[in-house]
Write a protein that binds this ligand. Sequence first.
Ligand SMILES: *Cc1c(COP(=O)(O)O)cnc(C)c1O
Length: 455
Amino acid sequence: MHQARSTVQWQAMEKAHHLAPFCHYQQLQAKGPRIIKSAKGVYLYDNDGNVILDAMAGLWCVNLGYGRQELIDAASRQMAELPYYNLFFQTATPPVIELSSQLAALAPAALNRVFFTGSGSEANDTVLRMVRHYWACLGQPQKQVFISRHNAYHGSTVAGASLGGMAPMHRQGGLPIPGIEHIAQPYWFAEGGDMAPDDFGIWAAEQLRERIDSIGPEKVAAFIAEPIQGAGGVIVPPDSYWPAVKKVLADYDILFVADEVICGFGRTGRWFGSDYYDLKPDLMPIAKGLSSGYLPIGGVMVSDKVALVLIERGGEFYHGFTYSGHPVCAAVASENLRLLDSEGWVERAGKQIGPYLQKRWRELAEHPLVGETRGVGMVAALELVKDKSARSRFDSKGSAGALCRDLCVENGLIMRAVGDTMIISPPLIFTEAHVDELISKTHRCLDLTLKALRA
Ligand SMILES: *Cc1c(COP(=O)(O)O)cnc(C)c1O
């Protein structure tokens, strides 16, 4: 165990020896990291004993909240029985087989198999290789191109970041890799201009058709998308978008990949975002809420259509990770799914606490700084604006968001900023009292942000 140290000591050691992920190193060196020491339920405790309401469920993942003894016990039992064994070379372990069959029962009808990875990024790397291999098995090796969307997030590995549409990520490391193209995102508030939201949704869906036609359908392998873009800013598409995309997909012989890393496991109030929007994905990357974040595990759910080609014609699939289906991670994920199901958290997110959160979140739209509120189930966003009526945003993008986020933390609330979009994704175990606390803290922090902006 680590010993107790003062926050200043922890920060000095961190600055000397740790390089954090997604971190502006100069800024961190100037002020030092927040030290989170423990957590229980929906609250974090920092090294100085401050209590913080975690409205992001860690990084969109701690769906069951912190400190569930059943998950701790599942890990320690599996640690004792079999802490590790690999699945290469025709071997399997009971926790992996158990988890695979649980996932097949929960996932949309055609998805009956799963390939395990250590993370969502690895899941999307797996998607890229599996889909291209699938088309090669069918004698169409020229079907290589993935179509994704600007401002999508599909992870941070080379394939994940390339599939993603984050321009600042592409600028570092020479991405995207060849064979990946990006089309417009269905982000009406920022990019819809004078169009009505539903007209814009149809326009955005038509971008897919136009791109498939311009590349040539015989070269397009797949379209990949998050049902609701998470890291891009909780972009809930206009109602017209997914039905129109489904029509486009039906006209072409390409695969559809629904990245469920955030939307999966109850976030939308259904088991998967694909259930919420009635999508029929051929492949479905999963991670995050799969284990409520207690241990790292991800995977790709694979439809019968794809899996049977790999099984019957694929020969050896030269792909996998040392920790694919790690038995301890699998045991914890399995227990997490059992608890989500038997205690009814997903249904509660859809029918009770989600609607309450959305109703109260919409009240924030009256604030002078807020240009739009939106959300589904247990995920939501609000747009900070300079002028409400004109949907006009701040000139130096992101500074209002960063200010608001820092004020939130100072006032005991974790809310994330994506540019000037404030986003939440709380644990599914939020009560109405937690929602009320979230709304009143958010209100107060919006007031403080407005005051600071005016000063
Ligand atoms: C977080 C995320 C990923 C990447 O998952 P990691 O476990 O961080 O590698 C991929 N896709 C989506 C939609 C995500 O939100």
